[in-house]
Design a protein around this ligand. Structure first.
Ligand code: PEP
Ligand code: MN
Length: 285
């Protein structure tokens, strides 16, 4: 198996521009669940960049449970993401849902995300194996770790070695959280595979007050990257507002996360602590 540590003992490093996932440093991916507007995206992108995020996330095509919910702005949103990349210098992560769009999206998106609902869309995985872009492969919400690694295998087997696994919570009997974030997947994957592993505490908990504690826990448990949903007005977000951090809350989390990452010997790349705009000394926004 190409994903197995037996095949390749040394860790795989996946480069997204000059950001490397899987090296001895912690990478932070931040941005809105969905790209909602040109100006809103730029506001969020500038702010998360100033707070120290390394990559920008944002969905252009959204996999929604109901066909009547907001489905994303599609190609227009991809243009806004490209603009945000030029302005902030942050490379972008965005979900591809349709096998017919892989080639076109690979031209404009730095890292292609496979959502939890598509983890076993084998045709999509095979097609992603034929491009060179890094792929962020989310764990299926009902997938075992073995099934998840076999899904990664589809991409690797077609010739794309740049796979990042992303734990995003699994379905259990618990209903107080949207999903149960399985942080024990980190050491298990580490033992089985050389692929880097990211953690998404936003979908993993579904609640804003769960995001910061589980981000810190994920970093302490050895996650190579964390992916966090951030919105400039979470109450009005078109998707996943309940689990989105405000710009100020993300800024504060970054300071705490940088300390944990340092303490664990996996510091953030180029982290500078800057004051949140408009905030005076210790006051919070
Ligand atoms: C997302 O990242 O916004 C998303 C839809 O994630 P998931 O596939 O994990 O639900
Ligand atoms: Mn989301």
């Amino acid at each position: 198996m190409k994903s197995s540590r037996n095949t390749r003992p040394e860790p795989t490093e996946v480069a997204i521009g000059d950001v490397v996932v899987g090296r001895a440093q912690t990478v932070v991916i931040a941005g809105p669940c969905a790209v909602e507007s040109h100006d809103g995206l730029l506001r969020i992108a500038r702010s998360v960049k100033a707070s120290g995020a390394h990559l920008l996330r944002g969905g252009a095509f959204k996999p929604r449970t109901s066909p009547y919910s907001f489905q994303g702005h599609g190609d227009e949103a991809l243009q806004w993401l490209s603009e945000a990349r030029v302005i902030t210098g942050l490379k972008v992560v965005s979900e591809v849902m349709d096998v017919r769009r892989v080639e076109a999206m690979a031209q404009v998106v730095d890292c292609l995300q496979v959502g939890t609902r598509n983890m076993q869309n084998f045709d999509l995985l095979r097609e992603l194996g034929r491009v060179k872009n890094p792929v962020l492969l989310k764990r299926g919400m009902s997938a075992t770790i073995e099934e998840w690694l076999l899904a990664a295998e589809y991409i690797l087997a077609e010739g794309n070695p740049n796979v990042i696994l992303c734990e995003r919570g699994i379905r259990t009997f618990e209903s107080a959280t949207r999903n149960t974030l399985d942080l024990s997947a980190i050491p298990v994957v580490r033992a089985l595979s050389h692929l880097p592993i990211a953690v998404d505490p936003s979908h993993g908990t579904g609640r804003r007050d769960g995001v910061a504690p589980m981000t810190l826990a994920a970093i302490a448990a050895g996650a190579d990257a964390v992916m966090i949903e951030v919105h400039d007005d979470p109450e009005r977000a078109l998707s996943d507002g309940a689990q989105s951090l405000s710009l100020a809350a993300f800024h504060d989390l970054m300071a705490d996360a940088a300390r944990i990452a340092d303490a664990c010997g996996r510091p953030f790349q180029d982290h500078r602590v800057v004051a949140f705009p408009g905030r005076h000394s210790s006051g919070s926004i």
